[in-house]
Design a protein around this ligand. Sequence first.
Ligand code: SR1
Ligand code: MG
Length: 396
Amino acid sequence: MTIVQSAVYEPLTEQKATALAVRLGLFRDGAPLLCREIGDGNLNLVFHIVDQETKQGIIIKQALPYAKVVGESWPLTLKRAVIESNALRTFASYVPQYVPNVYYSDESLAITVMEDLSHLQIARKGLIEGKTYPLLSRHIGEFIAKTAFYTSDFGMNQQEKKKLAQSFVNPELCKITEDLVFTDPFFDHDTNNFEDELRPDVEALWEDDRLRLEAAKLKRKFLTEADVLLHGDLHTGSIFASDDETKVIDPEFAFYGPIGFDLGQFFANLLLNALSRPESERRPLFDHIDQTWDVFTSVFSELWRTESVETYAATPGLLDEVLRQAFVDAVGFAGCEVIRRTIGLAHVADLDGIDQKVERLTAKRHALRLGRRLIVERAELAGTDGFRRLFVETER
Ligand code: SR1
Ligand code: MG
């Protein structure tokens, strides 16, 4: 992959994105190109350019100098485009089957040009439509296990790891998570966003000293533990899927952090989808949580036993302790993500898309009770069955 610095930054239009693709020689001469801006996330422009004859396409993703979800009043570093392309390249060296190919990057334009994945669907959309994606958790469990192990002090040269961690220092994007996931939802902060009817439930959270202490401990972990290279925003909107393929996209939040964080975000977004479904249709989501954890632990453990570079790796009990702590943290991080996607700045369509107001408020109250218990009882969950138990116990 090439990263170049060429033009002065300007937001692309569909015409300019097409001209850039032609200039880069990404299409044959004279190809009839159709370009559409399809970005529906919180932060970036995404151009989909297709040769109308061959149907072959590419994606040009461009960072905007502000958070699109709020507007120009919230400036945001363009460096996240470099973090994203470097993270995709690093992940590709371990799990090329689970990330898009990056064809080209330009730091000044803050763009990443990559493989067109439009034959797949964003997992959140598919899950909302009732799809189950039978291989999703097998693939995500392997993605997290391999990227975590090979970027940790157990899977790579420890001097090289420090240099890699330095190249993924990502303060502005981490601050978004520190604020929006770990802080604002637990205080009466103006970024919060929830229906008036939820105010008594939300105020009860804000007055809950036990919850606030546990959220503070989880935030401290996120701030201080440079354990493995994380995707940093591994929700179901950052995953393309079909029945047999899975691709992880959008790692602009990548940084070195606690091993349980990506697992927790993924678990939480499966739970958010389960919260939007009738009881009879929830099972695939809980099966995905079980399977993610099972695949993660078995792949990670095998790599630890066979490829570890750390002398202490063979010490009886150490691997068990690493996995135990990863699980407890993942449960707590999941709780924070469930709460923030319910009452914080960036909601999810799984809950907001519930048409009937009464049902929507019921699901959101359930989310708040579930998120709270995941945080405060994270050390007592014992295994992924605990997610089912707490889900049922917090239903009313
Ligand atoms: C201002 S950005 C809001 C959220 O969108 C991203 O996908 C992250 O999840 C972030 O917290
Ligand atoms: Mg994103």
